[in-house]
Write a protein that binds this ligand. Structure first.
Ligand code: ADP
Ligand code: MG
Length: 329
């Protein structure tokens, strides 16, 4: 396989809280290859957003990255200072946030927000007439993401757009500098189903057109099934299964992945009732010494009372379960 564009090894990110030290990300390994779309899926609270906030250096204080290595395009991201990181963000790596309304600046017209990114990062804007060139490019970006009457609407404020249009604007801002990697954090969670499909198709089209890699973060395995090449399933701060999307959905090896599939009627048997996964994600304090899914797992045994490593079940397909080789039903 090619060299990964982004490579994360043994990442650990913590938040000191009154209840104790929360380890939100605990030993995560991930690779993103050039041009691919990697899905990150798991219930709310499994550490998806914190993993990628760690990558782009935006973990909120008092949280901190406690260990691990993050390499992007040959650069060791953890060794970069704040300026170096800022330079990388928006130019080579762009991330769209879960909530478009709070991520966009309500006090600035859309034009100003896109132009600001372009003026800071786009190297190919002419020196003379830079401002006009940035405006022209900003309008092009809005057209690219399917905003009607882009040349007029560019002077509107974020609140004048619908939720779907705001997500598109955020994608336009993220793509303004042609990043090598787009991290889209729940880009469609707040949108209705039709708009959801449009935004996801748009991201897919742009990925192919611009040749970039995409990380698509979602709690919905149905979205992953339709829009990604590979997937990593996260649970309680760890990756518990990775593989090619089709293979992982056809032959899931971790009971948690099976649970997620059971939540989506169109992926499993259409007549089967939707079965929620009983129980809750454990508190991320002082975990270890036992499988994190133990309390919720119908296949648990005394052998699971230890830290379970990721093991290959087939080339390119790994799972963190001692019974991954068995065909559990
Ligand atoms: P996901 O994106 O998978 O829904 P997150 O990555 O946002 O989950 O968060 C994972 C866990 O990290 C949360 O459930 C919480 O326990 C912890 N966490 C995240 N942010 C903070 C914070 N600012 N302070 C304390 N704990 C946090
Ligand atoms: Mg999140």
């Amino acid at each position: 396989m090619a060299t990964p564009l982004l490579s994360i090894r043994n990442l650990k990110t913590c938040f000191p809280t009154r209840a104790g030290l929360v380890t939100a990300v605990d030993g995560v390994d991930l690779d993103v290859y050039p041009g691919e779309c990697l899905g990150i899926v798991g219930e709310s609270g499994s550490g998806k957003s914190v993993t990628f906030a760690s990558v782009i250096g935006l973990v909120r204080s008092p949280g901190y990255v406690a260990g691990g290595a993050i390499r992007f395009d040959g650069i060791d991201l953890r060794s970069l200072n704040a300026d170096g990181r800022r330079g990388l963000r928006g130019r080579d790596i762009a991330m769209t946030m879960q909530d478009a309304l709070t991520a966009l600046n309500p006090a600035l017209r859309v034009a100003e927000q896109i132009e600001e990114v372009l003026l800071a990062h786009a190297m190919d804007l002419p020196r003379k007439g830079r401002q006009e060139a940035a405006r022209t490019r900003a309008i092009e970006m809005l057209r690219l993401v399917g905003i009607p009457a882009a040349d007029k609407r560019i002077d509107d404020y974020p609140h004048q757009f619908s939720g779907g249009m705001r997500q598109r604007i955020m994608i336009a801002i993220a793509l303004s500098c042609r990043p090598k990697l787009l991290i889209a954090d729940e880009p469609t969670t707040a949108l209705d189903v039709t708009i959801q499909a449009q935004v996801l198709d748009l991201i897919g089209d742009l990925r192919r057109e611009l040749g970039m890699s995409v990380v698509l973060i979602t709690h919905d395995l149905g979205v992953v099934a339709e829009h990604t090449d590979r997937v990593a399933v996260m649970y309680a701060g760890q990756v518990v299964e990775t593989g090619r999307t089709r293979e992982l959905i056809d032959r899931p090896r971790h009971p948690y992945t099976r649970g997620l599939i059971g939540l989506i009627p169109r992926l499993s048997n259409l007549d089967a009732p939707i079965r929620p996964i009983d129980g809750q994600v454990p508190e991320l304090i002082g975990l270890g010494g036992i499988c994190r899914f133990y309390d919720r797992c119908e296949f648990r045994s005394s052998l699971c009372r230890t830290d379970i490593p990721m093991e290959a079940v087939e080339p390119g397909h790994h799972a963190r379960c001692i019974r991954a080789e068995e065909n559990l039903q």
